[in-house]
Design a protein around this ligand. Structure first.
Ligand code: IMP
Ligand code: MG
Length: 180
């Protein structure tokens, strides 16, 4: 596989990711059998994972998009900035949040808390990557693609300064790129 010059090493290749996405889709199909979940893409990092995941799911579903950030690093105190809200009323709906990576967990912790105030039937989280070593907030995804070490990764939706999202694999970014 052709590796980008700024990538130190490929952590998860295309085939490995696609295989795991299909496994997750099958598990989610089972979970949501007979229901119609609202699958929520958290912009922008989740777009690629989301597009592959929903196309592998066979259950009836609807989709929506949200852009959020949490105020101030290292805070679970609740300041969630909604840059783009859902257009769907989630009251009574089964909500599946699709995330790219859970790091401190602060964003997702605050987001889940906020969504629950809208009285959905359920809220589950599926994340492509989990970096449990960095967790600050008490949040655990129901479904995880891969548990990864504490290294900065890009590709398959994940960025550094908005670049590298279109790489088809997940790779460790060279330190020289962000230490210059
Ligand atoms: P947190 O869990 O609230 O700390 O924030 C998670 C967000 O941080 C993710 O949605 C990513 O946008 C970003 N992030 C964390 N670790 C990485 C990484 O290794 N590469 C790219 N983005 C990352
Ligand atoms: Mg990001």
């Amino acid at each position: 596989m052709e590796k980008h010059q700024d990538v130190e090493r490929i952590m998860l290749g295309e085939r490995k990711i696609q295989k795991r996405v299909k496994e997750l889709a099958a598990q989610l199909d089972k979970l949501y059998e007979g229901r119609t979940p609202l699958v929520v893409c958290i912009l922008k990092g989740s777009t690629i994972f989301f597009a592959d995941l929903v196309r592998s799911m066979k259950t009836a579903l609807t989709i929506d998009f949200m852009a959020v950030s949490s105020y101030g690093a290292g805070t679970t105190s609740g300041e969630l900035k909604i840059k783009k809200d859902l257009t769907t009323d989630i009251k009574g709906r089964d909500v599946l949040i699709v995330e790219d990576i859970i790091d401190s967990g602060n964003t997702l912790y605050n987001l889940k808390k906020m969504l629950i105030t809208r009285v959905p039937a359920s809220v589950n989280i599926v994340t492509l990557l989990d970096k449990p070593a960095r967790r600050e907030a008490p949040i655990e995804p129901e479904y995880t693609g891969f548990v990864v070490e504490d290294e900065f990764v890009v590709g398959y939706g994940l960025d550094y300064a908005e670049e590298y999202r279109n790489l088809p694999y997940v790779g460790v970014l060279k330190r020289s790129v962000y230490e210059k």
